[in-house]
Design a protein around this ligand. Structure first.
Ligand code: G6P
Length: 605
């Protein structure tokens, strides 16, 4: 949520910062700006809209000599997207970019206004800038000014700050929002996340909470002392390119079979699940009496699927919580409760707060995270990475698929260690997950044209319903979210038996109802539910297991999933609904990779 970047070094600061901003756009893209140090002066350029607009504004002006710059791409919280609210903000001799929210900005603002400081925007950020500048004018000591302001600001922030008095220098501090610094051959960088820095260098350091750093051409100094412990990432720049696909989302869907294998492979030993490389040994699993899965958005939906699998195979009571609810309305827990926080980005504010809350309550925590070295991964007692690689499209696909597959393997491991399934069964399930899940996804990808035909049937509608039972209901929720977030069609997921308790009144002639039916034992029930809506005019689309009989008369359109076990069905139905969402959004000419109003990494409450 908002991306910040900075560079100070030997050349082309504007070019580097704008390139980084393009990569960071998935964190927000309603306005953009840059501050460059030019001949000892701070110069700001900003625009409402995207980085391309900023580049247009910057084109034509020679900027090769600029050696230091900071940039920002915004997802508006305080104040509408506009030129004046765009970052960088400047007060006096201080200029900064910010990711996060300064919660007590109103009281700070009125105090500073009382002291004669003038603000022009609606943002909390400008107030933070004003506060640092206020202390800086008093002390002329940047460290003192930033730390004094930081002590007063409540909320979350990652700040990159430039002062007119210190040429080619960037100060940066983080509290609650992510911030990475990196060391290149050509100078030093900072960014909200590592992907934006990969084109320039692989040597990075994640700032700890409260750490203040000063970057100049030759050095990175942490105010609190100590050298940054530089690490090397194995992320490649190629992985964050579109690679010939029309959209990142499409590329990432095609990457899913490989990503699933990549997530599981190191955790299968002699055909059995084995999480010992993540520090989760037999005794860890044996102690688990209850599980809370806490997450937001699609990660929470991955938890819903996982809960079905865990309860089915390991018989461990498992509840799934929306992180923003969990943190303020925590459920009663008991000894042996494991809290699993699922997060692709590893930085989602509510998920992180829930993790911290669970730790304060003395509960054991496990982070299922994709982005390495992120705050949730670092703060959880245990972490298991999903290894999906960088996910650029705002709507998650491979991130979700790898979360489900890893949690599926976790469920098998738990069931085996608890003695609920024997070795033969555990091996068979592990094999299904590892071989069948990727294979059935490939099968659905080959049949993409059929799903395009389904999209043609629904793309002009205003409302769509997904229905399913049990694990198919969990999948319906992700299906519905995927469709609405990228196509902007209103879509809702319902437990198939529940639709008639009110919502069926919304079914009109031609309203699409997409039913997911992968469980043999529930075919007849689903058949009845489809008939109920069909009788009221719905256009019915059935996504079902190949064993389901007499489907021709059952629904208007039938898409049969490839033959597979119940574990494989999860992944074939997932690929099916993702492609329906993609093809529908394509027909509606939506901005698929950057849907309106969304951001990929939500680092504010
Ligand atoms: C945002 C994204 C979703 C994602 C959710 C949780 O809303 O748009 O795709 O599922 O955040 O993100 P996380 O990084 O914690 O998985």
């Amino acid at each position: 949520m908002c991306g910040i970047i900075g560079y100070t070094g030997i050349n082309e600061a504007v070019k580097k910062v704008t390139k980084g901003l393009e990569i960071l756009e998935y964190r927000g893209y309603d306005s953009v700006g840059i501050c460059a140090c030019s001949n000892g002066k701070l110069e700001i350029a900003k625009a409402k809209g995207r980085v391309s607009e900023l580049k247009r504004i910057l084109s034509g002006e020679p900027r090769e000599n600029v050696l230091c710059a900071i940039g920002h791409t915004r997802w508006a919280t305080h104040g509408a997207p506009s030129y004046v609210n765009a970052h960088p903000h400047r007060v006096g001799r201080t200029c900064l970019v910010h990711n996060g929210i300064i919660e007590n900005y109103k009281e700070i603002k009125s105090r500073l206004e009382g002291e004669g400081v003038n603000f022009v925007s609606d943002t909390d950020t400008e107030v933070g800038c004003g506060l640092i500048n206020y202390y800086y004018e008093k002390t002329k000591d940047p460290y003192n000014a930033i730390l004094s302001a930081s002590a007063e600001m409540k909320g979350s922030y990652a700040l990159a700050i430039m002062l007119e008095d210190e040429e080619n220098t960037i100060y940066a501090i983080r509290q609650g929002s992510p911030l990475i610094i990196a060391k290149g051959k050509d100078g030093f960088y900072l960014a909200s996340d590592l992907t934006a820095l990969i084109p320039f260098t692989k040597e990075y350091y994640s700032l700890n909470e409260g750490e203040l750093v000063r970057l100049s051409k030759n050095e990175a100094i942490i105010y609190q002392g100590g050298e940054p412990e530089w690490k090397i990432t194995d992320m490649s720049f190629e992985a964050s390119k579109k690679g010939g696909y029309d959209h990142f989302m499409l590329k990432e869907m095609y990457e899913q079979p490989k990503a699933i294998k990549g997530s599981l492979t190191s955790r299968i030993v002699n055909g059995l699940p084995d999480f010992s490389s993540d520090g989760l040994d037999k005794s860890f699993f044996e102690k688990i009496k209850e599980i809370h899965i806490v997450a937001c958005g699609s990660a929470m939906h991955a938890g819903l699927v996982a809960a079905c699998l865990i309860e089915k195979s390991a018989l461990v009571p498992t509840s799934v919580y929306i992180a923003s609810e969990y943190r303020y309305n925590p459920p009663i827990t008991r000894e042996g409760t494991l809290v699993i926080v699922v997060s692709q980005s590893g930085e989602t504010a509510d998920s992180l707060a829930s993790l911290r809350h669970a730790k304060e309550r003395g509960l054991t925590t496990l982070g299922i995270v994709n982005a390495v070295e992120t705050t949730i991964a670092r703060e959880a007692d245990f972490r298991a990475y999903t290894y999906a690689g960088p996910e650029i499209a705002v709507a998650t696909t491979k991130g979700y698929a790898t979360q489900v597959s890893l949690l599926g393997l976790f469920a098998i491991c738990l069931a085996y260690n608890k003695g609920e399934i024997d070795e033969k069964n555990a091996k068979a399930l592990t094999e299904c997950l590892f071989f069948e899940a990727p294979a059935v996804m490939e099968n659905v990808l080959i049949r993409r044209a059929q799903l395009k035909e389904i999209a043609k049937q629904i793309y002009e509608r205003d409302d769509i319903f997904y229905i399913g039972r049990g694990i198919d209901y969990a999948m319906s929720q992700e299906a519905s979210l995927k469709l609405k977030e990228i196509s902007y069609i209103h879509s809702q997921a319902y437990a198939a038996g529940e639709l008639k308790h009110g919502t069926i009144s919304l079914i009109e002639d031609g309203t699409p109802v997409i039913a997911i039916a992968t469980q043999e034992a529930l075919f007849d029930k689903m058949d009845s539910n489809i008939k109920e809506v069909r009788a009221r005019g719905a256009k019915t689309i059935l996504i079902c297991h190949e064993k389901m009989q007499n489907t021709e008369g059952c629904a208007d359109i039938v898409f049969k999933l490839p033959k597979s076990s119940y574990l494989g069905n999860i992944f074939s139905s997932l690929m099916t609904v993702q492609l329906i969402a993609y093809e529908t959004a394509l027909l509606r000419e939506c901005d698929i990779d950057k849907p309106k109003n969304l951001a990929k990494s939500v680092t504010v409450e």
